[in-house]
Design a protein around this ligand. Sequence first.
Ligand code: SF4
Ligand code: SF4
Length: 113
Amino acid sequence: MAKGMLVDYEWCSGCHSCEVACSTELSHAHFPKDHCGVKVHEEGLYQIGEERWTDIFMPIFTDLCDTCAMRRAAGEELPTCVKHCQAHVLKFGELEDLARDLAAKPKQVLYAL
Ligand code: SF4
Ligand code: SF4
């Protein structure tokens, strides 16, 4: 079955821990320097109303993402980016299951990996 990554970007803090975890994973040693399977982009900060500001962080999964295949084959349940996201905004699993979760809440994106 196809795998996916559900991102609840409403609560992404922009801490970049997912990038660090991905790039330091042993099986990713062949990745080019400063590249990894996820990159966190920022939109903002700017004012959108008298007393409202917007600042959105969005983790984007790149072509280097291999869903931590070697790590999972070795028995680890979660990809390392998911395990190290302290805000718990990354959810990895079957694409069909995640599609149902996507419908349950706004400000989420679903990647098919
Ligand atoms: S699933 Fe694994 S390979 Fe993909 S971005 Fe996360 S840590 Fe990197
Ligand atoms: S997805 Fe998680 S680990 Fe990555 S920047 Fe957002 S809060 Fe941090």
